[in-house]
Design a protein around this ligand. Structure first.
Ligand SMILES: [Cu+2]
Length: 380
């Protein structure tokens, strides 16, 4: 049956692709994505049935009404009421048949949030992603860590223009809007995305709403870990530089807090370890903490408390750099610190020789850049 070969071939290609392509939307890994996927699959098979019926009818007409002799003239017909009503009602029924499960799916993906759901506040920035975990007191960027089988409720918001959160394998695609100022007593209106990751793994995502010059370079990863793996990541975040824990008092003003120089500081493991640390890393830390980097970037437990750029705590554990655009290694990081705008247009970060984001060039020497990169990569 010719009418079946092509659909089967297409299915083969489609399922074959699912495993290889990181941003495939036909490879669901959450309840949300499964709802969308099963809707898609059922509509696909009903369409295939319709296609088969149309092809069979077409073949029948071609054979039955073909020209049988040179001088044959087909019977001339003008209009056919029955057919016309038929092909008006038929498609209308098909549209209704598609609308019913679609509307059901829309409601199913807006289900009430479970009591034990974990909230993550996602903020879109030109051109990177910020993830804040209010319950854990953790902030990170571009790599969203989640525990498997734990319902998560993402609160979506933008710091500037409209962005869109899209990790195809996890389902959804929802805009991050700048949240308008609200009147007193009113609650701000956020978009939310609620799902439960079903499997561990790394899932790729991408900003799906054009947001400026480097929109195409605004990717992200979602790292779904086991419960223990996730908790370990949270613990490492707080242990990063051996300081603050949740509930600790707010850090002092950056100028006042020089790490390692406060006589009241109790010696702890990290400070003991610091003695035999790589001198390059030590130089990098000092350079980083004494340059404008910390006006924008934060590193937990240090004087770096900037909040307008990606938080760099555990930066060395990130797989990629620059919102998912390149591998996170010494060589790429050095290139990034020297000239971020040369790699990603319109980025609000100064380079060593060019200003950026209202800050003058950092003026770091090649050696200092190497050291800062080594320091940032040591944070893991
Ligand atoms: Cu964007």
């Amino acid at each position: 049956m010719a009418s079946l070969v092509l659909p089967l071939l297409m299915m083969g290609v489609a399922t074959g692709c699912a495993e290889e392509y990181p941003q495939s939307s036909i490879s669901p890994h959450t309840d949300f994505a499964e709802i969308i996927h099963s809707l898609y699959v059922s509509i696909f098979w009903w369409s295939m049935l319709i296609l088969a019926v149309v092809w069979v009818l077409l073949a029948w007409v071609i054979v039955k009404y073909r020209r049988k002799s040179e001088d044959e003239k087909p019977r001339q017909i003008r209009g056919h009421l029955g057919l016309e009503i038929g092909w008006t009602i038929g498609p209308a029924l098909i549209v209704i048949a598609i609308a019913i499960p679609t509307i059901q799916a829309v409601f199913a993906t807006q289900q009430p949030v479970a009591d034990d759901a974990m909230t993550v506040e996602v903020t879109g920035h030109q051109f990177w992603w910020e993830f804040h975990y209010p319950e854990q007191g953790v902030t990170t960027a571009n790599e969203l860590w989640l525990p498997v089988d734990q319902p998560v409720n993402l609160r979506l918001e933008s710091n500037d223009v409209i962005h869109s959160f899209w990790v195809p394998k996890l389902g959804g695609k929802r805009d991050l809007n700048p949240v308008p100022a609200v009147r007193e007593g009113q609650d701000p209106k956020y978009n939310w995305l609620y799902f439960t990751p079903r499997e561990t793994g790394v899932f790729m995502g991408q900003c799906a709403e054009f947001c400026g010059q480097s929109h195409a370079l605004m990717a992200m990863r979602v790292v779904v870990e086991t419960e223990e793996g996730f908790q370990d990541w949270i613990d490492r975040w707080f242990a990063s530089e051996g300081a603050d824990f949740p509930g600790d008092p707010e850090p002092e003003e950056p100028e006042l807090q020089m790490p390692g120089m406060d006589p009241d500081d109790e010696p702890d493991e990290t400070q003991v370890a610091a003695e035999d640390e790589d001198p390059l890393v030590a130089l990098g830390r000092e350079t980083f903490l004494n340059s404008t980097c910390i006006a924008c970037h934060g590193v937990e437990g240090t004087a770096a408390q900037g909040v307008i750029a990606p938080n760099l705590t555990l930066f060395g554990a990130r797989k990629t750099l620059g919102a998912g655009i390149m591998e996170n290694n010494q060589e790429n990081l050095v290139r990034w610190i020297i000239d971020p705008q040369g790699i990603k247009a319109a980025v609000a970060m100064p380079g060593t020789e060019y200003p950026g984001g209202n800050w003058p060039a950092t003026g770091l020497s090649d050696e200092e850049v190497e050291a800062v990169a080594a320091y940032l990569l040591s944070l893991k």
